[in-house]
Design a protein around this ligand. Structure first.
Ligand code: SF4
Length: 359
């Protein structure tokens, strides 16, 4: 399969666009914005207050004052890839842990008592050890008590994705990390993840298999954030055209601290993040936008009205983390508040926390 995303060919006109003053001025009087407005919307000369206001208005029109809450559950920190920015990378020497189904059920029980009905299951990438059969079994277990079960696991084949859907999974999250080929190879040193084309086409295998919701994104900090945003916007447009039954969403994870050393080469500021969220909300008014606990509490509170529709809460990024296992994490959490605290913040700001929107 060839991906709908053809880097450096179809995206090139977007990447080479330098917005004129007239392009920027036209943004303010427009009522709809397209992919071809993205270079201008992402330009630092555009008033960020205007962007934030328009993004807020569009979000309320489409989603009302609601915020979906979910919890991530890490099943394993075993990984057969070497990625420069990740605490699970195979060269880090510490005891690896893969949850048994009994241990997994303990995690689920804790989250259920906290009120969650939507979980996202995550693993390192260790096919052969943490394979599609294991993930399907975990989904089957989670579906007994949770209304919505998503997966963020290694890229799989279409038949494997079909098995996960059959087990009860409804959403697939698969970040491309970076769309920039040379940067991709620089940060993915060993393992199957070096194959960028396999990761790109897996999104389409998931859509063809029948996932109802698919979340995309790039890991911010690996390369120029505007480049990533334009490629992500292009990729999303192509996917929306080809897979019209799928609800797509995006997230903008910024690299956080982890086991080992990593220096962010392309920092993304808080105002850059606001510009990204608002631009995607204006160009893609109906997509979900997820904000994770990677970001600090105060910033998360400020971002709530700007276009976010889905938040994780009280997250642990290690297998067994909710039940107290002292295992290694994938990355550091910044917002460590309880779900009750985040629930209260949302209500104080006039939002209705949503723990399940279907059952
Ligand atoms: S980013 Fe994913 S594939 Fe890479 S080391 Fe971490 S868990 Fe493994």
């Amino acid at each position: 399969m060839t991906s709908v995303f053809q880097a450096h060919t179809d995206v090139a006109p977007l990447l080479s666009t330098t917005p004129t003053h007239a392009d920027l001025a036209a943004l303010y009087s427009a009522t709809h914005w397209s992919l071809y407005d993205m270079p201008a919307l992402l330009d630092s000369r555009v008033d960020i207050e205007w962007l934030a206001h328009m993004s807020h208005t569009r979000t309320i029109q489409r989603f009302g004052h609601t915020m979906q809450l979910f919890a991530p559950v890490y099943l394993s920190n075993l990984c057969y890839n070497q990625c420069t920015y990740c605490g699970f990378s195979m060269e880090h020497e510490y005891p690896r842990k893969t949850l048994s189904m009994a241990e997994f059920q303990l995690e689920l029980g804790i989250l259920h008592r906290h009120g969650f009905r939507h979980v996202l299951l995550l693993t390192g990438e260790a096919p052969g050890s943490v394979d599609a059969d294991y993930i399907a079994e975990a989904i089957h277990v989670a579906k007994k008590t949770f209304d919505s079960v998503g997966v963020e696991v290694q890229p799989l084949s279409q038949p494997d994705y079909e098995m996960l859907i059959q087990a009860g999974a409804d959403s697939l999250t698969l970040y491309q990390e970076t769309y920039h080929k040379q940067t991709y190879l620089k940060h993915h040193l060993r393992g199957k993840k070096r194959r960028q084309d396999w990761r790109l086409t897996a999104v389409e295998s998931g859509a063809t298999a029948g996932f109802y919701r698919i979340n995309l994104g790039a890991l911010l900090g690996l390369y120029d954030w505007r480049y990533e945003a334009l490629c992500l916007g292009y990729h999303l447009t192509q996917l929306q055209q080809r897979y019209q039954a799928v609800q797509f969403g995006v997230s903008f994870p910024r690299i956080q601290g982890m086991f080992g050393e990593y220096t962010v080469e392309y920092p993304v500021s808080d105002s850059d993040l606001v510009r990204l969220i608002a631009t995607f909300r204006l160009v893609f008014p109906d997509i979900s936008i997820t904000l994770s606990t990677r970001e600090p509490a105060q910033l998360r509170d400020h971002l709530i009205p700007l276009g976010i529709t889905t938040m994780s809460a009280a997250s642990k990024t290690n297998p067994g983390g909710y039940s107290g296992h002292d295992t290694e994490t994938q990355f550091d959490i910044s917002d460590e508040r309880s779900v009750q605290c985040i629930d209260a913040v949302l209500r104080d700001n006039g939002y209705c926390p949503v723990y399940t929107d279907w059952s």
